[in-house]
Ligand binder design. Structure first.
Ligand SMILES: Nc1ncnc2c1ncn2[C@@H]1O[C@H](COP(=O)(O)OP(=O)(O)OP(=O)(O)O)[C@@H](O)[C@H]1O
Length: 713
């Protein structure tokens, strides 16, 4: 709690003059409020009892003047504090937001988005609410002290009694303060968890609906609500207890001092005016104590809120500029990975002893199965993370010795899912180079071949792209993202699965644009689709975090049984119609599937005509676990996840399949329920074969039927 007071005081100290004026105004108000109950003594003892009318008028006049001054100064103080309080709160918002910009990628993997938002929503708002009450808190605490001092001046024995009784009022906060703090902290954590759960639930609606998970999530939310209710009850009840015990203390104190004071006055030890003033001060003291106890829960809430805000502000970025970091000079020669090993957590290895050199002006492609480490290469190139061993060097300089800003300013990057901000197309492109002129923005859009489309829109470059760019198609979004990457004319262009999420026709069109753009730059591309890497000067094939093979497309195809060659064979052999809606599979490609491996070319040629093309959008469930199986699926392009239910009924991902992979082979032979759920992770094009067609064909070739039957046993 002390650290909270210290933090708030530090915030005020930054605005010395305003704080001093505020305190002065508060002192005036305080003086008047203390004088008011005391005025009874002067009015009764010095004016009414001795019949001094002139003095009475003077005292009343002083009271009216004091009231007017107090009101005017109070309004001035309100105005000034409203400004000062808002400044202090907005300073916190700024510092927290600035901190978020400085934190490294690992923080965002470690901490949930909902939890971060909750620090802005719940925690900062509780601090905001308390800061606005600070003048009230100061008036209450100082008022309490001043009133006690006045009591001593009036009648010290009675005052002593009152002061001895005052700790009664503090028993509640002492007994329950820590409990209330702990309960409030837990409540805030639970609120953050609820925010995370709701945010996740909203984003996951397609999956939840597709898997029929609503009852499961409602049940889980109910459990969460039970926990929340119990924490909230505990937190509120401990706060009520503090309030209640303090009120009881005040009541006892009032009773004791008024009874004793009346007896003292009766026997002439206390003047009537002093007794009246004493009682008035006691009543005002009870109000002040009540105010303080009312403020206590808000103080506790703000203290726990501040604890969570400090946690964020005290975070240190794991990747930051070194004290001696110098700007990276213009890129001239090479990018090098020198014996780089990296893992996202202790004991885990995502890249192992990677050494490679990419000369300026060349096109390097990283390919490999899901999880092989492709994106990790980009994370290290961009210095989102630092390697645990070895170094990444640009022109021979370790990038840890350069400034992050200069490094990233040399690079343009296009992601698979390019995030567009809710603003105009022009502003989205300009984010790549904030100082770009309108002409430069248009030039970049022309290069990305989206200028004509933008000009056909009624608002042209001022068209609002909608939330996450939702008013544009996937291909248009990607072209805007390409324009954003090249408007800065980067020496190095990074493509992170830049076209993988697009439908085949759009992918082909954007690949053409990229080929033209990449001819004059150093390009580093990461893709699981080998056709996108075919033209690279050097292709690195990653397998379990290591470089399994490297060379040009032609060199890699010459390696007998090489990984690249196998993957190439797996991904090729499919011919798209011009509109991209129909796919034909070649007979020699069919031979690579185990079920067809023993069949002759004529049969395979015949069967290839019975494959149908099926296209699905991203985030669709195409097979549910337990459904009857009647089709064989081959992924021509795209990615799916394979999910299986565990013992508790929760679906878990067991594999990711992509271009050239297949599933449901057994469905061609017999009708058994599907053993897994298949969910698309990108737009996916399949070719599928129905069991009934397959069986018809097999029946015409009895030797194959017998072969299959014997193999499936
Ligand atoms: N933020 C992270 N925290 C922990 N492990 C991670 C993280 N990101 C990736 N990994 C792990 O590191 C390994 C390499 O992942 P990476 O994303 O580089 O693979 P990839 O080849 O790009 O896969 P994909 O094609 O599916 O994107 C995987 O085992 C993955 O589970």
């Amino acid at each position: 709690m002390l650290s909270f007071v210290r933090s708030v005081m530090n915030s005020f100290v930054q605005y010395k003059l305003r704080t001093a004026l505020l305190l002065a105004a508060l002192l005036v108000e305080l003086a008047y409020e203390t004088f008011m109950p005391l005025s009874f003594k002067f009015i009764v003892d010095f004016a009414i009892v001795p019949h001094r009318y002139g003095l009475l008028l003077l005292i009343l006049g002083l009271m009216v003047t004091g009231a007017l001054a107090s009101v005017v100064i109070g309004i001035y103080r309100d105005r000034m504090f409203a400004g000062l309080g808002s400044r202090i709160v907005t300073d916190y918002y700024r510092r927290m937001f600035g901190k978020l910009q400085s934190l490294s990628a690992d923080y965002y993997h470690r901490v949930n988005g909902g939890d971060i938002v909750s620090r802005f929503n719940n925690d900062l708002i509780s601090i905001d609410a308390f800061i606005m009450l600070i003048p009230y808190a100061i008036l209450s605490v100082l008022g309490l002290l001043l009133n006690v001092a006045v009591l001593f001046v009036l009648q010290w024995q009675l005052a002593l009694l009152a002061v001895i009784g005052l700790p009664l009022c503090l028993i509640g906060p002492k007994l329950f303060g820590q409990k209330a703090y702990d309960a409030s902290y837990k409540l805030k954590e639970e609120q953050a968890d609820i925010a995370v759960a709701v945010q996740e639930n909203v984003s996951a609606q397609p999956v939840i609906k597709a898997f029929g998970l609503q009852p499961l999530f409602i049940r889980r939310f109910d459990d969460r609500m039970d926990r929340y209710r119990s924490l909230s009850t505990r937190s509120s009840f401990t706060n009520f207890l503090i309030d209640r015990t303090t009120n009881m203390g005040t009541m006892i104190l009032n009773l004791t001092t008024i009874c004793t004071g009346s007896i003292l006055a009766f026997f002439g030890f206390l003047s009537i005016g002093s007794l009246l003033a004493f009682s008035a001060i006691l009543i005002s003291l009870s109000y002040l104590v009540a105010a303080i106890t009312w403020l206590a829960p808000q103080f506790i809430q703000a203290t726990t809120g501040m604890q969570r805000i400090r946690e964020l502000l005290d975070e240190r970025p794991s990747v930051a500029d070194d004290a001696q970091a110098a700007p990276l000079p213009p890129f001239e020669r090479t990018i090098e990975f020198r014996d780089v090993s990296f893992g996202y957590s202790v004991g885990q290895r995502s890249l192992n002893a990677i050494s490679l050199t990419i000369p300026k002006g060349t096109y390097a492609a990283f390919v490999g199965a899901s999880g092989s480490g492709k994106s990790t290469i980009i994370n290290l190139l961009m210095r989102f993370y630092d390697p645990q061993h070895g170094a990444v060097l640009y022109d021979g300089t370790d990038i840890r010795q350069t400034t992050l800003q200069s490094l990233r300013s040399r690079i343009g990057i296009v992601f698979q899912e390019s995030f567009l901000f809710r603003s105009s197309i022009r502003e989205n492109i300009r984010l790549g180079k904030p100082e770009a002129t309108d002409d430069e923005v248009m030039e970049a859009a022309r290069s990305a071949e989206i200028h004509d489309f933008i000009m056909s829109l009624p608002d042209g470059y001022d068209t609002d792209v909608g939330e996450r760019g939702g008013r544009l198609s996937g291909g248009q979004r990607q072209r805007v993202a390409i324009a954003r990457a090249i408007v800065r004319n980067p020496a190095i262009l990074i493509l992170d699965e830049a076209t993988s999420a697009l439908d085949p026709a759009t992918e082909a069109a954007i690949n053409k644009t990229l080929q033209r753009l990449t001819a004059t730059r150093t390009v580093i591309s990461v893709t699981h689709r080998l056709a996108s890497a075919e033209h690279a000067d050097c292709i690195y094939v990653l397998h379990q975090g290591e470089i399994a093979e490297q060379g040009s497309h032609r060199q890699l195809l010459q390696r007998p049984d090489g990984r690249y060659k196998q993957s190439w064979q797996k991904q090729t052999g499919f011919d798209f119609s011009d509109d991209g809606y129909h796919v034909e599979v070649r007979a020699e490609r069919l031979k690579l599937f185990p079920i067809f491996s023993d069949m002759d070319d004529a049969f395979l040629h015949n069967i290839s005509r019975f494959f149908a093309t099926e296209s699905y959008a991203n985030d669709r469930t195409i097979i549910h676990e337990g459904d009857p199986g009647d089709k064989f699926y081959v992924i021509v392009r795209g990615k799916v996840e394979v999910m299986k239910k565990d013992g508790l009924g929760d679906s878990k991902r067991v594999a990711v399949l992509s271009d050239g992979d297949f599933f449901g082979e057994v469905a061609l032979l017999r009708n058994i329920p599907r053993t897994a759920t298949i969910h698309t992770l990108t737009p996916v094009v399949f070719i599928t074969l129905q069991r009934e067609f397959f069986r018809d064909l097999i029946e015409q070739a009895p030797h194959l039927a017998a072969l299959l039957e014997s193999r499936s046993k």
